[in-house]
Unconditional design. Structure first.
Length: 134
């Protein structure tokens, strides 16, 4: 699809979708919820799901923080769970006439292993009350 025109992105929105990142011996997959304030350029959220490696499987949760500039975003997923830790950089863009989709790439290190992957959302919800965007 086409990247959304920056002047079409306004207000506060919540996106829901999924993300995946994998390395040579491990991978993680999870659900994403991301809140965006286009006026302030703030972005926060959560990713939660499962991590698997040759040593076994476990659940994780990570906090997302970042910024929005025009129709592009940059963020960081900070994972600090009991047996899963690391950080994944996020680079993405808003797509569609009104920015109905947010998608991009992931890259970083989790449990000492380099990983790469992707994230995508297929839902945008107008949100006026529920995200404290700094």
């Amino acid at each position: 699809g086409m990247e959304a025109p920056a002047d079409a992105l306004s207000g506060v929105a919540r996106y829901q979708g999924e993300g995946y990142a994998g390395g040579e011996n491990s991978g993680l997959y999870g659900d994403l919820t991301i809140g965006v304030d286009f006026a302030s350029g703030g972005l926060i959220g959560l990713m939660s799901g499962g991590y698997g490696s040759i040593d076994g499987e476990s659940d994780f949760i990570g906090s997302i923080s970042g910024t929005v500039s025009g129709s592009r975003m940059a963020g960081l997923i900070d994972i600090n769970s009991e047996s899963v830790s690391g950080q994944l950089d996020m680079l993405g863009a808003f797509y569609g006439t009104n920015g109905g989709t947010l998608a991009g790439g992931l890259g970083g290190t989790v449990n000492g292993e380099a990983m790469g992957g992707e994230f995508y959302t297929n839902s945008r919800f107008r949100e006026e009350c529920c995200f404290d965007l700094r």
